[in-house]
Design a protein around this ligand. Structure first.
Ligand SMILES: NC(=O)c1ccc[n+]([C@@H]2O[C@H](COP(=O)([O-])OP(=O)(O)OC[C@H]3O[C@@H](n4cnc5c(N)ncnc54)[C@H](O)[C@@H]3O)[C@@H](O)[C@H]2O)c1
Length: 369
């Protein structure tokens, strides 16, 4: 007998409630009771892919270029001009950038109008659309302005992933691996044993994977909505990753993780966010082993899993000094020590403060000179 999978999950987030609906087919989300009016937000890609017949719609630029004050204001202007009331809703259809922008704009409009999200990238399905963090970039700093404002409904239609470019898909996969390590042994097992189906985007399997990730993130965020404790675990691998992104060429994103005015590092190549996260997870495992926190056999297993999905685990010709410097400017510094999310083993996560010197030594050992 085939067990009918869960079609929806409810989370209590900061006094609000988010219902996440899981379906094979993509659809623009509906609210219950129906919204008094809708403002549907797409980016240029998602408008073409999913916007047929949707009126009225607002189209913002693709990627990080959408996460600007002027676009948040433009959405509010549209809402005013169309007479949207607080019982009307903004609906974001796209990747993490559209979700972050729409949620931010909705949190401001009339002190907060209704909000629904339809994430169309793997990363947005498993991460950005879940948990209520909204944000725009400002003065060269990523997500420096934002609010906590969970969506009422998150509509996950797996078929949206069929058109996703490989690089974006892999970016999401790195976050899926991270989520498995944080708290889902069954998902970890699936990733280990079903690589071909995962890479082949088998729809049933993806539905199961996304559902598992949403369950893990939703539980963590329910417990710690405003990130005063456990929610920080979701940053596993990200201190290293943001530093790497800030010193390497970011291509289309062209944006650094909160580091103003830095030039992309020479010779280190182009790293997508997902690749940087995978590299960061590998470094967090190394650091944990070095500090006697992480079980060495577990760290090796994680390394094998990252290898299985073809993620690069080493970076050549970058500067350990530059990376440590970049980490110092990231949000995760406490005094003169850096904070890292580390793991003892699968599902056992801790936050440790570590001396710069130890991090530099680790990076040098990992081939970064
Ligand atoms: N709020 C949070 O908790 C949270 C968590 C993680 C990441 N984020 C944010 O998410 C953003 C990254 O999100 P992302 O990785 O989804 O990138 P993105 O939103 O920039 O989308 C990547 C690209 O894929 C295109 N695209 C989207 N869906 C598509 C589809 N189905 N088919 C083809 N192309 C499609 C987009 O147009 C864009 O060009 C960052 O700004 C990050 O800060 C937020």
């Amino acid at each position: 007998m085939r067990v009918e999978p869960t079609k929806r999950m409810d989370f209590r987030l900061g006094g609000g409630r988010t219902t996440v609906v899981f379906q094979r087919e993509f659809r623009i989300p509906e609210l219950e009771p129906p919204a008094a009016g809708l403002l549907v937000v797409f980016d240029r890609n998602t408008r073409g892919l999913f916007g047929a017949g949707v009126r009225p719609a607002v189209v913002v630029p693709r990627g990080e270029a959408a996460k600007k004050w002027k676009h948040a204001l433009a959405l509010n202007r549209e809402a005013v001009e169309r007479g949207l009331t607080r019982t009307g809703a903004m609906v974001g259809v796209g990747g993490g950038a559209v979700c972050d922008l729409t949620a931010f704009a909705a949190s401001l409009y009339m002190r907060g109008c209704r909000l629904a999200l339809a994430p169309t990238t793997l990363l947005a399905m498993v991460d950005a659309a879940i948990g209520g963090k909204t944000g725009i970039n400002y003065l060269g700093y990523k997500n420096v302005i934002g609010t906590f404002y969970p969506a009422e409904v998150v509509w996950i239609g797996i078929s949206a992933l069929e058109s996703l470019p490989e690089e974006e898909y892999r970016s999401g996969l790195a976050e899926v691996i991270k989520t498995a390590l944080l708290g889902d042994p069954a998902l970890y097992e699936t990733l280990t044993r079903r690589r071909e189906a995962v890479l082949g985007r088998d729809a049933d399997l993806l539905l199961e994977i996304v559902r598992s990730c949403v369950a893990v993130k939703g539980r963590i965020v329910e417990e710690d909505f405003r990130e005063s404790g456990r929610r920080a675990h979701l940053n596993l691998g990200h201190t290293f990753a943001h530093a790497l992104e800030s010193v390497t060429t970011l291509g289309k994103r062209g944006f650094t993780a909160g580091l103003r005015g830095r030039r992309p590092g020479a010779g280190v190549g182009r790293w997508s966010h997902g690749e940087a996260v995978a590299w960061g997870i590998a470094r967090a495992m190394d650091l944990g082993v070095r500090l006697g926190v992480t079980d060495a056999a577990y760290a090796e297993e994680v390394d094998r899993l990252l290898d299985l999905y073809g993620f690069r685990r080493s970076v050549r010709r970058s500067s350990a000094e530059g990376l440590v410097d970049a980490m110092g400017k990231d949000k995760k510094r406490q005094g003169d020590r850096l904070r890292f999310v580390l793991q003892r083993r699968l599902g056992e996560t801790v936050v440790e403060e570590v001396d710069d010197a130890a991090v530099r030594a680790l990076l040098e050992e990992a081939g970064v000179s």
